[in-house]
Design a protein around this ligand. Structure first.
Ligand code: HEC
Length: 85
């Protein structure tokens, strides 16, 4: 019984850790989008396409950067990962 409850406690710990890592990542990605993707259109336009394929987002982000979206390579990678999920 003792072993079982430690296993349960451990799984819970992992679940909570994974969850908060996710929301940190989400916060980071959305703060980039909310700061850098609002110059020309609302963020609705961006979030409406959340879940499109990584290839689609790669092309779209490249196009937005060519229009003048001020993203660093690292920021582009972060939002690509977030938006294609
Ligand atoms: C310099 C202006 C500008 C900035 C900054 C900008 N966009 Fe755009 N965006 C546009 C224009 C113009 C269009 C419409 C033409 C097009 O789709 O190429 C557009 C369209 C879009 C679309 C719709 C594309 C489609 O095919 O449905 C998405 C999604 C998008 N932008 C995401 C972003 C994201 C994410 C960022 C931040 C990295 C961003 N935009 C920053 C100008 C901009």
């Amino acid at each position: 019984m003792k072993i079982l409850s430690s296993v349960l406690a451990f799984s819970l710990f992992i679940a909570v850790a994974a969850c908060s890592a996710n929301s940190d990542f989400e916060k980071k990605a959305t703060s980039i989008i909310n700061a850098k993707c609002v110059e020309c259109h609302s963020t609705d336009r961006t979030y409406a396409k959340k879940g499109m394929s990584p290839e689609w987002w790669k092309e779209t982000i490249k196009r937005m950067r060519s229009y003048g979206a001020p993203l660093t390579d690292q920021e582009a990678k972060t939002i690509l990962e977030y938006l294609s999920k």
